[in-house]
Design a protein around this ligand. Structure first.
Ligand SMILES: *Cc1c(COP(=O)(O)O)cnc(C)c1O
Length: 400
């Protein structure tokens, strides 16, 4: 590698990129492909409510995700609400604080009480062992998240569920297309929800799905996403409008065609990042063995002492280079004012989550990001480490 290091922009150098490099960018088909497919919608005027595109997408996804059924929904958050409602739960739901706010909000919106459990410091997921320590007589369910697409210990959760008679709902918003132990990620637990938001690896602009191994759950989930309407005469349960439109489903069909290509492009980019960034002070999430990953995210973990600067300093310094990184997931959900006073949200109960949330940085990754850009991003990280090492430590804080 060249010894001519780039002078960091925070130290007066020129920003490495003239235009911002964003953390992700949605994959889209050619406009022509989408307009040809959706011409049919203009012929039939069938825009929503169990149309042919929604049915086709659900069929394709069920097979793709290795699930017994797939019900599309308007977004992942509503998917969580419907999944929890369909299981008719009361009491507490144990979950992770290291996630996107929707996970905790969905529990609270459902009239249930979130109970935070600390995460594993290496996989970033909650583990069955840690959850077992916080299970009480009021625990109704566990809502683990496959964070950054890394599968939870699904076998362990299965045993825990049987032992304590708990439901398991996975927030699989990051895990589309992941397989684990030669099974699709959506085949574990009672239900799993996916998000098809524009920023997720498979998207329908906005959208999501509820999937599970047991096809007999489809009917209740499908009626809850349509106000609880069973038929013209019968409305049962407290449903909501959670339907995906035909336009979104059609977009999903086109994006699905490109999914394998997207994953393999990302795999190549992740391999390059890993090669360049295996230096002291940077560590990476430990992935469960026997997993086929989707490379939805690429995160690094910064150790302030050995890297020479903190994650927050690196985040700011990268921004000066026009590289937009994300502190996923900081702040923790347990630090939200709405949840902060819960006993389980106390800082001393969640030491690993606090540590990881203060150290993780998500770097730009998407299939169309050029390998040269990845080289440039990695070069900036390394130049910053080098610059930090060559400045006295209190100067690092002052300059960055
Ligand atoms: C994106 C996301 C959601 C919410 O999905 P939407 O489709 O945006 O409603 C839920 N959980 C996690 C972990 C997410 O990343």
């Amino acid at each position: 590698m060249s010894m001519m290091r780039h002078k960091p922009a925070v130290l007066g150098g020129t920003p490495r990129f003239a235009e911002p490099v964003y953390v992700t960018r949605p994959r889209l088909p050619e406009h022509r492909v989408y307009s040809e497919l959706t011409a049919r919608i203009f012929e039939t005027s069938w825009l929503t409510n169990d149309g042919e595109f929604v049915r086709r997408l659900e069929d394709r996804l069920r097979v793709r995700l290795g699930a017994g059924f797939c019900a599309s929904v308007c977004n992942g958050t509503v998917g969580l609400l419907i999944a929890l409602r369909s299981l008719d739960l009361r009491g507490d739901v144990i979950t992770t604080p290291f996630t996107f706010p929707a996970t905790t909000h969905a529990i609270e919106y459902s009239g249930l009480t979130p109970v935070f459990c600390d995460i594993d410091p290496y996989t970033y997921n909650i583990s069955p062992e840690q959850v077992a320590e916080v299970v009480t007589a009021s625990t109704a369910a566990v809502l683990p998240v496959h964070v950054f697409g890394n599968p939870c210990d699904v076998m362990g959760f299965e045993r825990l569920a049987n032992e304590h008679d708990l439901k398991i709902v996975y927030d699989a918003a990051h895990a589309f297309g992941v397989s684990h132990r030669r099974r699709g990620i959506g085949s574990w637990g009672d239900l799993s929800i996916f998000s098809f938001h524009a920023t997720k690896i498979f998207h329908t602009a906005e959208g999501g799905a509820i999937v599970g191994a047991d096809p007999s759950r489809f009917a209740s989930v499908a009626s809850l996403r349509n106000f609880g309407i069973v038929n013209e005469e019968v409305v049962r349960g407290i449903g909501i409008n959670g339907k995906l439109s035909e336009f979104h489903a059609a977009l999903g069909l086109t994006v699905l065609e490109m999914f394998d290509d997207e994953v393999s492009n990302r795999a190549q980019r992740v391999a390059l990042y890993r090669k360049r960034l295996s230096v002291e002070g940077i560590s990476m999430q430990r992935v469960e063995p026997d997993t086929v990953p989707n490379h939805a995210y690429f995160t690094i973990e910064i150790d302030t002492d050995s890297f020479g600067m903190s994650r927050d300093q690196l985040h700011r310094a990268m921004r000066a280079e026009n590289i937009i990184t994300r502190k996923y997931f900081y702040p923790l959900c347990s630090d939200n004012l709405a949840y902060r006073s819960l006993p389980s949200a106390q800082v001393d109960r969640l030491p690993n989550a606090h540590r990881v949330a203060s150290r993780v940085l998500c770097l730009p990754l998407y299939g169309e990001l050029s390998l040269d850009t990845i080289e440039g991003i990695a070069e900036c990280v390394l130049s910053l480490k080098h610059a930090a090492a060559s400045l006295p430590s209190n100067d690092v804080a002052a300059s960055l």
